[in-house]
Design a protein around this ligand. Structure first.
Ligand code: SIN
Length: 329
């Protein structure tokens, strides 16, 4: 009798425990390096709200912006180790894992963001999503930020103006070659250090999108911004291939749908911010926006374009050709 009573209460406790265990949501950590008021910051928050509102209590998405959890250089490693589940680094930051994504860093490759989008959604772009799967990194989609501009402590109109100047770049050999092509000195540094490097004049300039220049206040310490539109800064939203394959198929489908909607939301914000943040910088009066004419622009193209040839073998001539074709829209 005592034994039966013990068994029943043990069973009740076990049932309660199992309910408690089942009720605890699975935590999804989403880490990124930018501010919340950016296309990526907003996309991550949208993903959190969609997952939590459409998937019941199954998942809790914790978003860590501003390099709070992992900064550049650490987030990819952390993803592979399972310390974070979603990240969205710039496409320039994957070269340790694949040389193919270096494509996006080739200067003056895409004529505008519509061409970038056509390439990413086409067969070549889609095949790149899985290019690092064997290394444990799975791309689930591309997110736009926009075209890059050159900010500097001195006015830059033509390539000769950049000669001898130090520019912070992301961890990309193509970007290093791009600045070397105009006789400048590229320095690979994490995003989290850029403001201080500029403020202390340890470097002369950097390249970035309007939303990053605005949200990280680079314009407050850079008196000139040349509207060069010389390259693209977009993201690969990536998860761990192991984490992903362990999820139930139905959950994967729902998470992928939430992500697609969040990316569309983030892309709309990217378009809006490219305009609004540029205007906010102009209105601030802190930084002069330099518009270059066609012949000045052509000088940048002529100086930087040999970089394509130098990286053609690593990236693949066919991939470059597919990107060129996306310019015919
Ligand atoms: C980002 O937009 O994620 C950061 C870009 C950079 O490192 O410049």
């Amino acid at each position: 009798m005592t034994h039966t009573r013990f068994s029943l209460s043990a069973l009740a406790a076990a049932t309660l425990f199992s309910f408690a265990v089942q009720a605890a949501p699975v935590e999804i950590k989403f880490s990124h390096v930018v501010a919340e008021n950016t296309p990526k910051g907003q996309m991550a928050l949208k993903f959190k709200s969609l997952v939590e509102s459409t998937m019941g209590d199954k998942y809790e998405v914790k978003v860590y912006p501003n390099s709070q959890l992992f900064g550049d250089g650490k987030e990819l490693e952390a993803l592979i180790l399972g310390d974070v589940h979603f990240i969205a680094p710039s496409l320039s930051k994957f070269s340790k894992y694949t040389k193919q994504l270096q494509l996006f860093d080739l200067p003056f490759l895409f004529k505008d963001m519509e061409a970038v989008d056509r390439f990413q959604q086409g067969p070549a772009g889609q095949s790149l999503l899985r290019s690092m799967e064997k290394k444990g990194i799975l791309g689930l989609g591309y997110l736009h930020n926009g075209l890059k501009q050159l900010s500097s402590s001195d006015p830059l109109r033509v390539p000769a103006d950049a000669s001898g100047k130090k520019f912070r770049i992301m961890s990309s050999d193509v970007l290093a070659a791009q600045f070397e092509a105009v006789d400048a000195v590229p320095l690979k540094k994490p995003f989290s250090e850029v403001f201080t490097l500029l403020q202390t004049r340890a470097i002369d300039g950097q390249e970035n999108t309007w939303s990053n220049i605005y949200s990280k206040k680079f314009f407050e310490v850079q008196p000139y911004i040349t509207e060069s539109n010389h390259g693209v800064l977009d993201y690969l939203v990536a998860t761990s291939a192991f984490f992903w394959s362990d999820l139930p198929a139905e959950d994967r489908q729902q998470l992928q749908a939430a992500l697609a909607e969040s990316i569309a939301y983030g892309n709309a914000i990217a378009i809006e911010k490219a305009q609004a943040d540029k205007q906010a910088i102009i209105d601030s009066g802190r930084s002069k926006v330099i518009t270059i004419n066609e012949s000045e622009r052509q000088q940048w193209v002529d100086a930087m374009k040999p970089v394509w040839q130098a990286f053609e073998k690593e990236i693949g001539a066919e991939l470059i050709q597919a990107a060129i074709e996306s310019n015919q829209g």
